[in-house]
Design a protein around this ligand. Structure first.
Ligand SMILES: C[S@@+](CC[C@H](N)C(=O)[O-])C[C@H]1O[C@@H](n2cnc3c(N)ncnc32)[C@H](O)[C@@H]1O
Length: 236
C-alpha cells in the first residue's frame, strides 16, 4: 500500500487526500496545517527513546513499547492503522518486518516525515489526519494501534469510539496511555498538564471503564509503572 494509490481505496465517500511533504498526504482541510513540531520531532525522538528517561519518568522501558507494537502487528494479517504514529520510533522494527498494509496517521507532518525515513521500504502510507476525524470508511482495519496518544486527548472515550469504528469484524485495538496511578508519574503528568502538554491525568481504571463502555465488552488492561496497556475488540 503506498500513499495516493491503495490508501485512496480506504477513503470514505466525499473525503480526499492532498499532497503534503514527500510521501506524506494530508486529509486535513486546506489551511489547517495540523500540529507543528519542526524542532520537537527530533527532541521527542531523543527523549522518548532514552531508557533512563523512561525509567525515571514513567517506570517503563523502551523495550516494553517495542514489544507491545510487535504484539499488535502479530495480531492479524489485514490492514493496520496506527493512529498518532509519531515518528515510529518504537514501531519501525515491527513495521519493517511485516507484510501487512500499514496506514500511519498523525496530525503532525513533521512527526510523520521522520516516520517515513524509518519506513522507506515498508508497505506503508503516511496520512496527516486527526484521529477524531479520520477520512476512512468504517470497519476496514484488522488492527488499530494507538500508542502513547490517549493521555494527550481531552476526550479519551470519543477517541476510543473513533478508533473502534475503524476496526473490521474480529479486529482489535491496541492502545497505550500514560496514567496517574504511580506517585512519581502522577506528579510529572500534573506538571505536563499545567504546561498544556497533556490532558487532565487519568488512572488506568478510568481507561478501562471508558474502553468497556465504548466496546460494550470486557477489555484487557494491564499496567507497568505509569503506562497502561489496553487490548479491546468488538463484542462478538
Ligand atoms: C506522545 S506522541 C506518541 C507518538 C508515537 N505513537 C509513539 O509511541 O512514540 C503523540 C502523537 O500523537 C499525535 N496526535 C496528538 N493528537 C492527535 C490527533 N487528534 N490526531 C492525530 N494525531 C494526534 C501527536 O502529533 C504526536 O505525534
Amino acid at each position: 500500500m503506498d500513499a495516493g494509490t491503495d490508501v485512496e481505496s480506504l477513503l470514505a465517500p466525499g473525503r480526499t487526500l492532498r499532497p503534503s511533504r514527500g510521501p506524506v498526504v494530508s486529509a486535513l482541510p486546506a489551511g489547517d496545517e495540523g500540529a507543528r513540531y519542526d524542532r520537537r520531532a527530533a527532541t521527542y525522538d531523543r527523549l522518548i527513546g532514552s531508557r533512563l528517561y523512561n525509567r525515571l519518568a514513567w517506570g517503563t522501558s523502551p523495550s516494553q513499547y517495542t514489544a507491545f507494537a510487535a504484539e499488535a502487528v502479530a495480531a492479524g494479517s489485514g490492514p493496520l492503522l496506527d493512529a498518532g504514529s509519531g515518528t515510529a520510533t518504537f514501531t519501525a522494527a515491527a513495521y519493517r518486518e511485516t507484510g501487512r498494509p500499514l496506514v500511519l496517521i498523525d496530525r503532525s507532518v513533521d512527526m510523520l516525515e521522520r516516520a517515513t525515513g524509518r519506513l522507506a521500504d515498508a508497505p506503508a502510507a503516511f496520512v496527516q489526519a486527526d484521529l477524531l476525524d479520520l477520512p476512512f470508511s468504517p470497519g476496514q482495519f484488522s488492527t488499530v494501534a494507538c500508542f502513547g496518544v490517549l493521555h494527550v486527548l481531552d476526550d479519551a472515550p470519543a477517541a476510543l469510539a473513533a478508533l473502534r469504528d475503524q476496526l473490521a469484524a474480529g479486529g482489535q485495538l491496541f492502545a497505550s496511555m500514560l496514567v496517574a496511578d504511580r506517585a512519581a508519574g502522577r506528579a510529572y503528568l500534573n506538571a505536563l498538564h499545567r504546561a498544556g502538554e497533556v490532558a487532565q491525568p487519568r488512572r488506568a481504571e478510568h481507561l478501562a471503564d471508558a474502553a468497556q463502555y465504548v466496546f460494550g465488552a470486557r477489555v484487557d488492561i494491564r499496567r507497568t509503572g505509569s503506562m497502561a496497556w489496553l487490548r479491546a475488540g468488538h463484542q462478538p
